[in-house]
Design a protein. Sequence first.
Length: 250
Amino acid sequence: MNYIFVNNIKLITFDVYNKLKFMDNNWEKSWKGRIAKFIFETYNNRENDNVSDHFFNLTIDQLLWHATTIIKDDEKLINIKYVGQRYWSENAIKYYCQLNPQEGRGLKACVNLRHEHAVPRIMIKEKIEKCLKENTSIQQIYEIINAYSKSVIITTKEDKNLLKENKIAFTNWKEINDDFKINFLGDKKELEGKKFIDFMQKYRYTKQPTDNEENTIKIIDLNDYISQDYKIVPYDKDFKELMHKINKNK
């Protein structure tokens, strides 16, 4: 039994809570922890030639792409490319609910939706490579991946409307002052929840760094609609139930 109901509100049980906390405290065994270890070992075991450098680049590019698409639950690997993701655009939620009606059995229809890496992978890669050159630890690599490898689900139409420069950095990144950059991509600086959304809507999912809502993709944090103290987005049929609940409240 994974959940209990109190006044029709779904709550996580202590068994599941304790298992999730165990996974948090044992980062080495987590999906992102294993990625960090593989990147670290691949870098340090490479030979001093162009082929090894090329292999390393292929490895880190692929692993950073998949860092946000899978989670490790005990010995199982769970695909959360769409179902199970925390951040969605308001339009993507509406579209998901149309594709997966509440009365139907399906929950994984995600045509014309886009798994979008909120922090461009090239920026994360550059930060990891800088640390590797400074003889960093596996844990430091993990902390970078854990802090910045986040995804937002948007529609393909929204993705096409993003500026080209936003694919590799943030809007007007070159003009943003250095103090701000250091604060955002500094060691162990993690954006989450409202702070994350506010930043992304202003500097990533808008045509210009402005508060004009017409030019901005509106991002929703699914955790805001989960009642238990230890919040985790479900990746089963409860996910569809949650999405329809959010959509009805919009």
